[in-house]
Design a protein around this ligand. Structure first.
Ligand code: FAD
Length: 473
């Protein structure tokens, strides 16, 4: 019997454990798997609260449908019937510009226009800004090799105005990051490939659209994003049921991993904060990189590189209102806010319009984000101050002055990993070093190769395969 310890009970750790057990059962391999989670609850960033008919997501609220790892897992867990797409009558996205909400021109992908009518008439850009964006059609391709910043890349092809007014606020919604520091290769590698192949981003995306018969990346639900009706927490609940109580331990913070060689294999010992030691033949670390750095067997070069992966703090604020308190037409998924607008909120999701199941009849649910790279101090301010600033923004932008029925603030300290320029090379180097020095020890999760829920699940699945391969050597 081999012992596998998985550190961290977020979606990556739980998926790793689930797929490990599935494959081990299928292949008749005898393993004992244990997930160690420092908090009282499992799920990590996935936290759903169901109260009085409201479905409140404190962290992620949905996942990209075209990345199928999450839908596959939901199917395996018997949750396929619970999957829902966004409201087909409210799929517009808005961007705040000079204090007013403007619709993101249809066909725009991260600022790249693919339908010229809506782009020509949008109030988000000046005539000069639009003309500069269309220069993409004639600009030469970049011949230099190596990683570059996503922001620098978009500004070079489409101009600063598109970057600042459209692309950056949309990106902030995903990474809460500074586009001029994020790595193109680690975030949108497809853009680099389009430039290499087609030279122009606009022409390349149009060519790709023509080549693919289906009109968009939408699924059979007709939606780019999907969620689980009772909340993403149900995925966590079903995974914990499948794994069983004997596999899962909460309130178990790992403080260190030590290793010693025995019969040409490493034996690992996992040290917990309450003094207990757990033996392991293989270990998977799925914690954020800064936590991984602290527990690594020797705090040397590997820890140093892990420690350098920056994380940004954000907070989400859910606000529930009686229907008649919100007269603003909620005909979309919500809006994002560019930095130069000088607002506290970075985005607002019109939750009950985006997902029709999330609020009981006669109510509206909104969720705002605060905090982004270079602007994180707000996350540590007292709750009353944050709520007051958020309500001020909602009043100025949407005219909502009524007292909310309730609010929920969730602070996510150091929660958004930043894949900065060169991230993938650095990762490759430490992965090789870990493999050479600590065989049987693996790292996986949002801090490394993809922070979306489907990326984390896929990473868990791949890591489970690697663990089994190692055990069977
Ligand atoms: P985590 O969820 O961070 O889990 C790691 C776990 O390790 C935690 O539970 C932690 O307590 C534990 N841990 C840490 N140190 C130790 C230790 N020493 N010992 C034991 N345990 C430890 N993605 C989407 O796809 N769609 C969205 O809509 C979306 N929205 C988001 C909104 C917010 C506000 C945030 C913060 C993220 C969002 N994301 C979204 C990203 C996504 O939720 C996360 O990237 C993903 O859930 C991370 O999963 P994980 O298991 O890798 O890490």
């Amino acid at each position: 019997m081999k012992n596998v310890v998985i550190i961290g009970g977020g979606i990556t750790g739980l998926s790793t454990a689930y797929y490990l057990q599935q494959r081990a059962r299928r292949d008749g391999v005898s393993i004992r798997c244990l997930v160690l989670e420092k908090d009282e609850k499992l799920g990590g960033k996935i936290q759903t609260e169901n109260i009085d008919g409201f479905v409140l997501e404190k962290g992620p609220d949905s996942f990209l449908a075209r990345k199928t790892a999450a839908t596959d897992l939901c199917r395996e867990l018997g949750l396929e019937g619970e999957l829902v797409g966004t409201n087909p009558n409210a799929r517009k996205t808005y961007i705040l510009h000079k204090g007013k909400l403007h619709r993101l021109p249809p066909g725009t992908q991260m600022g790249i226009p693919t339908q010229f009518g809506p782009f020509a008439t949008t109030g988000l850009l000046s005539v000069k800004g639009k003309a500069r964006a269309l220069m993409d059609l004639v600009l030469p391709r970049n011949e230099t090799d190596g990683d570059q910043s996503l922001g620098g890349f978009l500004a070079r092809r489409l101009g600063d105005e598109v970057l600042e007014a459209i692309a950056e606020p949309l990106l902030a919604g995903i990474y809460a990051g500074d586009a001029r520091k994020l790595s193109l290769r680690a975030t949108f590698p497809q853009f680099e490939m389009i430039e290499k192949k087609y030279r122009s981003l606009i022409l390349g995306i149009l060519a790709q659209k023509r080549a693919v018969q289906s009109p968009s990346s939408a699924t059979k639900h007709g939606s780019v994003f999907l969620t689980v009706k009772s909340g993403l927490g149900t995925i966590v609940k079903r995974l914990t049921e499948e794994l069983g109580a004997e596999t899962l331990r909460t309130k178990s913070k790992v403080t260190q991993i030590t290793a010693r060689m025995r019969e040409e294999r490493f034996e690992y010992t996992i040290h917990l904060d309450h003094g207990e030691h757990v033996p392991a033949d293989a270990v998977v670390i799925t914690t954020p990189a800064f936590s991984a750095a602290e527990i690594f067997p020797h705090r040397d070069t590997i820890s140093e590189v892990l420690q350098q992966i920056p994380y940004v703090s954000v907070a989400t604020i859910v606000l529930a209102f009686p229907q008649d308190a919100v007269s603003f037409p909620l005909d979309g998924t919500g809006f994002v806010v560019p930095r130069k607008e000088g607002r506290t909120i970075t985005a607002c999701t019109w939750v009950s319009s985006k997902w029709l199941h999330t609020a009981p009849e006669g109510h509206k649910l909104l969720r705002c984000y605060v905090g982004r790279a270079g602007d994180e101090a707000i996350v540590d301010r007292p709750e009353e101050e944050i709520i007051a600033k958020v309500r001020q923004d909602l009043s100025d932008i949407m005219g909502i002055t009524a007292e909310p029925l309730f609010t929920r603030l969730t602070r996510w300290k150091q929660s958004m990993p930043q894949y900065t320029v060169g991230h993938l090379n650095r990762l490759q180097e430490i992965e090789t070093e870990i493999m050479n020095r600590w065989p049987g020890l693996l790292i996986a999760g949002a801090g490394y190769k993809g922070l979306g829920v489907p990326d984390c699940i896929l990473e868990g699945k791949k890591t489970a395969e690697q663990v089994l391969e190692y055990i069977l050597q």
